[in-house]
Design a protein around this ligand. Structure first.
Ligand SMILES: Nc1nc2c(ncn2[C@@H]2O[C@H](COP(=O)(O)OP(=O)(O)OP(=O)(O)O)[C@@H](O)[C@H]2O)c(=O)[nH]1
Ligand SMILES: [Mg+2]
Length: 431
């Protein structure tokens, strides 16, 4: 039985003109909609029907409808999928008609929220659905689908089982006399604890190395005016994101552009660069550059001549000299990347170097991909590491129980309201 009384609808495909659009409806009012606008009295679940939508004698569109009967649907409620023509007027007319029938527009993520509340999916799966929709690169997709297919759930289940085993052993120590128990049971518990610590540490390490998969890598482009910074960001973005002129100081603000390198998201930031300023605008732009340098994972310093020493204060950096196509004397120094944003010469090699400098690959993709999971596992690890085995068994059992409560949080619904807002803020309407 659904925990909701109202019926919701949403356009699940992107808004705008398209060949086909998908409108989903979920809730108790689905049967009414089927009868009133689809003219289907008894729909067969999971069977497609090609029908003319009609309401109050007005013909709306010819559509394909698919009915899912509760609880055997994504939300656990009666659901209807209307595949209509993707015309803006068609979508508006269907939406208005549904609203006239008392069906309301869903909030972002509301279909998935209903699936979660109605026990159709677990918490980790809910988060993975959001992650797979928001995945922009191949690596992000790989991590999301791994968890959607149960990667994190399996890992936490394994950890929970191991902690439960320790608790069972401790229970035995509390309840039975020494003679009835196998020797060195406490030693065994200590070993089991070490084993759990190792497993969590391993996953936390992979999560740390894999941070760039999810958050991406930030690369600042700095240097003197007219050194070709904006031309470079335009070249790698394959479009004009930044204005280019031969007037020094063209770029006054920061401009970002993200590109995919080997499945990772790299966000390049073109800046006003570093130079002495002539006016307030330039001063603010240069100030901003300094902040971007500090927060970026790597800085590309574009050189005019050989002013490398002026950038001693910048930590993570690569030196670049552009306009290779115009230079007669191609005095190529090893530690400087020579490129041309006109011909593209040297750019591929530079991108390869940027990748190598910022990405550490691991054999395994991360299982702990969200701050929520990492936070819980870090807390669990801290408690497990601090356990003092010289205490009374009751206290020991209490401490392991605290860890179990924590790790169970990854996939359980207590405190649900607290975390729902965090999870559903990334959802789009229609999911
Ligand atoms: N031939 C050639 N010209 C380039 C190249 N890169 C940049 N230029 C030219 O150099 C001038 C300055 O280029 P920008 O990309 O605007 O330089 P910038 O470093 O962004 O300059 P500011 O925004 O003023 O700091 C323009 O006239 C570009 O067309 C290149 O690889 N080859
Ligand atoms: Mg510029």
């Amino acid at each position: 039985m659904s925990k909701y009384n109202d019926t919701i609808y949403a356009l699940s495909t992107p808004p705008g003109k398209s060949a086909i659009a998908l409108i989903r409806i979920s809730g108790k009012g689905v049967a009414g909609v089927l009868k009133k606008i689809c003219r289907i009295k008894k729909a067969i679940p999971k069977k497609t029907n090609v029908v003319f939508l009609k309401y109050k004698k007005i013909l709306i569109d010819e559509v394909v409808v698919l009915y899912h009967k509760a609880p055997r649907s994504f939300t656990g409620e009666d659901m209807l999928e209307i595949n209509c023509h993707g015309g803006i007027a068609v979508i508006t007319k269907i939406s208005k008609t549904l609203e006239g029938l008392g069906v309301r527009l869903a909030e972002p993520g509301e279909f998935t929220k209903r699936a979660l509340i109605n026990n159709k999916i677990d918490l980790v799966k809910t988060e993975s659905i959001s992650d797979i929709i928001n995945a922009e690169t191949e690596k992000q997709r790989e991590v999301a689908i791994k968890n959607l297919s149960g990667g994190l759930s399996e890992f936490t289940k394994k950890i929970n089982q191991k902690i439960s085993l320790i608790l069972a052993n401790l229970e035995a120590l509390i309840d039975f006399s020494d003679e009835e128990l196998p020797q060195d049971l406490l030693k065994k518990i200590k070993e089991q604890n070490k084993n759990i610590i190792r497993e969590i540490q391993k996953e936390l390490k992979i999560a740390e190395i894999s941070k760039p998969i999810l958050s991406g890598v930030k690369i600042a482009i700095v240097g003197k005016p007219n050194t070709g910074k904006s031309s470079f960001i335009n070249f790698i973005s394959k479009k004009d994101v930044s204005i280019v002129t031969d007037i020094p100081g063209t770029t006054t603000d920061s401009i970002t552009s993200s590109i995919d390198i080997k499945g990772y998201k790299f966000t390049f930031v073109d800046t006003a660069g570093l130079r002495s300023h002539k006016n307030k605008i330039e001063e603010l732009g240069i100030q901003k550059t300094k902040e971007i340098i500090k927060s970026s994972d790597l800085n590309l310093v574009f050189l005019e001549k050989n002013e490398k020493k002026s950038y001693n204060k910048i930590n993570k950096k690569l030196f670049i000299k552009s306009k290779l196509d115009t230079r007669k004397n191609k005095n190529i120094k090893q530690e400087i990347f020579n490129i041309s944003s006109c011909t593209g010469e040297g750019v591929e090699k530079l991108l390869e170097k940027i990748y190598k400098k910022t990405i550490k690959t691991t054999k395994n993709d991360p299982i702990l991909s969200r701050e929520r999971h990492i936070g819980i596992m870090k807390k669990a690890l801290k408690t497990l590491k601090s356990i003092n085995f010289n205490q009374n068994f009751d206290i020991l059992a209490y401490e392991f129980k605290t860890v179990l409560d924590l790790t169970l949080e990854i996939n359980q619904k207590f405190d649900i309201e607290k975390i729902l807002d965090i999870i559903f803020k990334d959802f789009c309407i229609g999911k």
